[in-house]
Design a protein around this ligand. Structure first.
Ligand SMILES: Cc1cc2nc3c(=O)[nH]c(=O)nc-3n(C[C@H](O)[C@H](O)[C@H](O)COP(=O)(O)O)c2cc1C
Length: 177
């Protein structure tokens, strides 16, 4: 049975949207894609699995359209919502703040009771600091660097989406049991 899922992204220069489209292709099932810009917030509550994409801007800030709705996210019910997140960043030029926004979004969702899946190892990246890393020492979700490692993105996406589907499946089984 296919998963009722959506990818929701925000973007300044199109990279996070490009990745959303790649993910849609790799997903191999129906999946909706939404730009968070001017999006009805109720859409967040319409899916059983959310994949959220956010780039980091200007010393680790949220991308503008995410920033716009960030506080309003608190009006939504994320309790036990299964969410996987991906973050875009630049590990070389912004290595002190690499994918910081990924962490900000993760902590927001966790504080509202969401279940985050798809954490990702930090091996294979070179950065100085990141607020996108969880207590276990992994990125909260998939970190992608279209500026310096675009050639790795497709393979990373394939591996990550497989992981996301597997973890989602396990959680669904637990719910049924
Ligand atoms: C002015 C500027 C500021 C940036 N700041 C950060 C940052 O603080 N941390 C980071 O990891 N990447 C940073 N980046 C890199 C972007 O996140 C990266 O280029 C990303 O792919 C942009 O995605 P978008 O096109 O979807 O907006 C910055 C890029 C620019 C041009």
């Amino acid at each position: 049975m296919s998963i009722n899922a959506a990818i929701i992204y925000g973007t300044e220069t199109g990279n996070t949207e490009y990745i959303a489209d790649l993910m849609k292709k790799e997903w191999n099932e129906d999946i909706d894609v939404h730009n968070v810009l001017n999006m009805d917030l109720a859409i967040f509550e319409q899916y059983e699995l959310l994949i959220l994409g956010i780039p980091s801007w200007y010393d680790g800030q949220l991308q503008d359209d995410w920033d716009e709705i960030f506080e309003d996210l608190e009006t939504l019910n994320f309790k036990d919502k299964i969410i996987a997140i991906y973050g875009l960043g630049d590990q070389q030029d912004w290595g002190l703040y690499f994918v910081d926004a990924l962490g900000a979004l993760a902590r927001k969702l966790l504080s509202q009771g969401a279940i985050l899946i798809g954490e990702w190892p930090i091996e294979g990246y070179q950065f100085v600091e990141s607020l996108g890393i969880n207590d276990a020492g992994n990125f909260y979700g998939l970190a992608l660097d279209e500026d310096w490692q675009s050639e790795l993105s497709e393979e990373r996406i394939k591996t990550w989406l497989t992981q996301v589907k597997t973890e989602f499946g396990h959680l669904q089984q637990l719910k049924v049991a």
